[in-house]
Design a protein around this ligand. Structure first.
Ligand code: 9MR
Length: 347
């Protein structure tokens, strides 16, 4: 490559990264476009430390961009009940209050998960009856505290191993698979109006794990317990994102059981620094996911796992990867933003 063409390529890449959306659609925003396309919301995860970043908040607070927010951490067990019987709702309340102020829906996340679970639960050595009581008490207290405020609750999160089969967590080891319907029943009793979800990753195509998630929905239903939806987290990698057909058919498998589907934690990571080609492919990949959701009436909304690379979990977890979100580190929209808007706009 000559010096001139190298310079031109990097100039093009820079302008593509910084280019804002097409002006008519810029006014609409992702949530406005999603609702116009028939979805219930386009949302973003957020987290308490970010709430002091005023530039970040200006975009998050805009309900034309985000019609729903999800607390990334502050409603998890370790924050809410760090020691047995001691509940701390301050951080979760801050996100719930923000949703109220902005007239945004709230996806409450999550009640039962092997991770961010305090050791008093995971290593407590409780017998079956005691752990059932602890599980029910945690869920009842937390769901009651947020009663009427959570549009959705992720009741059980990531109960399956990466390759499928139940994750061998303390709940499964002590209670068996019945911990899942027990959890849904407790949540339903505490807030009958919240939509109750099972949430997991790698269930967006027809994998063994996907089939096991289908079986979890059937299991809860077999107990006569309410389950309303399945969250497909959709943590993808540029160029390896699921095909639209595969995702549509995975959504349909859940729809066939009478439950809805939401895309709950969408991000599409790439190696960093991201190249122009990767960001272009990323835009295509985002459109694939949006198009799959739009094509299936059971798919009711899309949430990105925070909206800016500045606050993404990806670089902290996958070394050498990042740039996964539609806004860059400087809160500028990327090609992915235009792609999502374009997919929503052409629905
Ligand atoms: O975004 C969350 C990050 O800040 C935490 O460090 C991490 C801890 O495991 O959890 C992240 O959120 C996860 C979500 O709760 C469940 N699905 C995977 C998400 C990314 O790890």
């Amino acid at each position: 490559m000559t010096l001139l063409s190298a310079a031109l390529t990097s100039l093009l890449a820079a302008s593509a990264v910084q280019a804002g959306p097409i002006s008519r659609r810029a006014a609409a925003g992702l949530n406005a476009a999603a609702q116009a396309a028939g979805l219930e919301f386009f949302g973003s995860a957020t987290d308490n430390p970010e709430l002091t970043d005023s530039s970040y908040m200006t975009i998050l607070n805009n309900s034309d961009q985000f019609g729903q927010i999800t607390p990334g951490n502050s409603m998890k067990w370790d924050t809410i009940e760090p020691s047995r019987g001691t509940f701390s709702f301050t951080k979760g309340d801050a996100i719930a209050d923000l949703a109220d102020q902005n007239n945004q829906k709230l996806r409450c996340h999550n009640l039962v998960w092997y991770n961010q679970l305090p050791s008093w639960v995971s290593s407590g050595g409780f017998d079956n009856a005691t752990l059932v009581e602890i599980l029910q008490n945690h869920i009842t207290k937390e769901v009651t505290h947020y009663k009427g405020r959570c549009y959705h609750w992720d009741v059980v999160n990531e109960a399956l191993e990466d390759g499928g089969g139940y994750r061998d967590n303390v709940f499964y080891k002590t209670i068996g698979e019945a911990y899942i319907p027990i959890a849904f029943a407790a949540a339903a009793a505490a807030d009958p109006d919240a939509k109750l979800y099972y949430n997991d990753y790698s269930i967006e195509w027809s994998s063994t794990k996907h089939q096991d998630a289908v079986n979890i929905v059937k299991l809860v239903q077999s107990y006569g317990v309410k389950i309303d939806g399945v969250g497909m987290q959709a943590h993808f990698t540029v160029g390896q994102t699921v095909t639209q057909d595969a995702m549509e058919s995975a959504i349909q498998d859940f729809a066939d059981l009478g439950v809805e589907v939401a895309i709950t934690e969408l991000d599409i990571r790439t190696t960093t620094p991201a190249t122009y080609d990767a960001l272009t492919q990323q835009s295509t990949d985002y459109q694939t996911v949006v198009n799959a959701c739009l094509a299936k009436s059971a798919c009711i909304g899309i949430t990105i796992w925070d909206y800016t690379d500045k606050y993404s979990w990806v670089p902290k977890t996958f070394s050498g990867y990042g740039a996964a979100l539609p806004w860059d580190d400087n809160l500028q929209t990327k090609a992915a933003y235009d792609g999502i808007l374009s997919a929503l706009g052409s629905a």
